[in-house]
Design a protein around this ligand. Sequence first.
Ligand code: FDA
Length: 396
Amino acid sequence: MTASYDAIVLGAGAAGLFCAATAGQRGRRVLLLDHAAQVGKKILISGGGRCNFTNIHTGPDRYLSQNPHFAKSALSRYTAQDFLALVESHGIAWHEKTLGQLFCDQSARQIVAMLLEECAKGGVEVHCGDAVGGVDHADGAYRVRYGDSEASAPALVIATGGPSIPKMGASGFAYDLARQFGLKVVQPRPALVPLTLPGDDTLFRELSGVSTEVIARVEGKGKGAPAFREAALFTHRGLSGPAILQISSYWQRGDTVTTQFVPDRAEGWLKQAKRDRPKATLRKLLSEDLPDRLSQALCDRLGLAGDLGNLSDKALGAAEAKLARWPFVPDGSEGFAKAEVTAGGIDTRGISSKTMEALKVPGLYVIGEAADVTGWLGGYNFQWAWASARAAGLAI
Ligand code: FDA
């Protein structure tokens, strides 16, 4: 027997839970399906278990998409302050960590519990643990088979996310379903992901575990990307840390990533230091700003030993320029296995920015990470999940 609903939401992650709750509270009969045994698994591991649930600096410029204006409407109609008000109404204590990033004081579990409570208020039927066997559309209704059951509804919401971290149940299911209904997909690629360096770039190996604040930039096809001032971390395979994760979303194969070491030093600082402290060494100078191992490795690479007073202004100028744009040429990334999000996804040029409904497929909606909207690191991806979910939840 086929059970009928007003809407079926596929995927009980951040976007699916919030969309189902919103529609349910408007009186819609909603079925929320997930193949995982439990809802909101990515929320639970997010922000180191404390969930960086939004960012107070959210704006469309913090997102990547082939259709850059698409996210504006939903983001302006459901803001970080709106989500924060919901968090506070559930008595969840929070704090701003840095750069506008809001985290739970206690646990990401509170966010999942809050979303489930909101779903319960809306009478949402939540079903976990069965894979979706197939979807078809006839006579204005979507029919979904899952486990031994079947359900139908005039509205179907794709909220199954992207393929990042497949071992957590992430899949490319959203794209297969989108293609089944004639929607286009922008080539998905790992984003917010550590970058790997070729074996002959030995700097990173010596420095594995060292972290320092840099300004990271990308040169090449990704030129024009913003510069990110945050920590970079050397790993045994290459580069990671927030600055690198941010720039990885813009990096394309063949591009150079540059890191500006000692970002607080004004132009001409090495020549000035030569005049002020001619007996100091470059290593001594760098170690005032950088971890010791890094200072040593950079000095070795620059080949500048001895007192500053004995080094030419030209050599110091060249060293300063190199320190300001130290080049790394990644040979790849750690891939979907380690990517925090997926860039690309269902092409938003085929979707209404007001309702998230496919323009040519009435009743089919796309929300969250499944769509080609990718946020920076720092709570922006959840804010997109909430905002797009809200837009669809108010429309179905
Ligand atoms: P999401 O991936 O959350 O949910 C999709 C759901 O669909 C899952 O429950 C999955 O099981 C289900 N599904 C998949 N295929 C299916 C199928 N075939 N049938 C049925 N169900 C299916 N962002 C942020 O803003 N702040 C943060 O702190 C973090 N931290 C973070 C840490 C880590 C380790 C990761 C991997 C990611 C983050 N993120 C983040 C990113 C954030 O988790 C992500 O952008 C959102 O979870 C996206 O929400 P969605 O609901 O779109 O997808």
